[in-house]
Design a protein around this ligand. Structure first.
Ligand SMILES: [Zn+2]
Length: 246
């Protein structure tokens, strides 16, 4: 048995016990972590699996970056909560530091603008649930949207981030398609075509270009099918450098 799975199983068992025991509503409240200024549920704070030890919460590195962890809510394409206890967005420390560098660069060219993170490290068990939820979509289309959990997503290594930008008023920049929008209009590779059709405006494309510009400046790599997704390393290198989070 993989030793790295044991602590996470312990966490899951603890979560199940906590829920079954009906220990009140405190689990959704947690405590405010002074360092990151975010709410950390008790069980997440006290039971950190061994394989997570190289991860840091983004908020502990840079409080300018806004966290809107969609899979910790039902405001996502599945309409259900996929992160039962995880409320912070975690990344490998080196990746979180690079994201902080992106924020600094963004602030320097667009004062008041902030990155907003929708997803970061995603355990492979959650990847599997997403994959299963999309089983009505043909395999060839599905892999464009959710990486096959068998081979693992770069998210599963804590080396990918889903991100957008808020303006100085705290409004999300209009990208012409929402986060997790599976339609082709969300594909960077089709932007020119959608502009020709009048379905994407110049401003929407410029907003996406700004996001790509700041992320690429610090070495993040965008993909052709999701405007919001960026890898800190190519998948093969992420696999070599980091443990997968189960
Ligand atoms: Zn992603």
């Amino acid at each position: 048995m993989d030793r790295r799975k044991l602590p996470f199983r312990g966490l899951l068992f603890g979560m199940c016990f906590f829920l079954l025991a009906g220990c009140g509503s405190d689990d959704t409240k947690g405590k405010v972590d002074q360092e990151s200024n975010t709410v950390v549920p008790e069980q997440e704070k006290h039971v950190i699996p061994e394989s997570w030890k190289s991860l840091v919460s983004i908020s502990s590195i840079d409080t300018n970056i806004v966290i809107d962890l969609r899979y910790a809510t039902d405001n996502n394409f599945t309409k259900s909560v996929l992160y039962d206890t995880m409320r912070n967005a975690y990344l490998q420390e080196v990746v979180a530091q690079r994201l902080s560098d992106v924020q600094s660069f963004l602030s320097s060219i667009k004062p008041g603008y902030r990155l907003v993170v929708y997803d970061a490290m995603r355990p492979r068990s959650v990847q599997q649930r997403m994959w299963d939820l999309l089983d009505s979509i043909p395999f060839g289309e599905r892999v464009k949207f959710v990486s096959n959990p068998k081979s693992g997503s770069v998210h599963n290594y804590g080396a990918a981030v889903d991100v957008s930008i808020l303006n100085e008023k705290g409004e999300t920049l209009d990208m012409g398609a929402g986060y997790d929008d599976m339609r082709h209009i969300a594909y960077p590779m089709y932007e020119d075509s959608f502009k020709l059709l009048g379905l994407l405006t110049q401003q929407q494309i410029e907003n996406r270009v700004l996001l790509r510009k700041v992320m690429r400046r610090k070495g993040f790599i965008n993909i052709p099918t999701e405007w919001w997704h960026f890898n800190a390393f190519p998948r093969a290198i992420a696999k070599r450098k980091f443990d997968i989070i189960e």
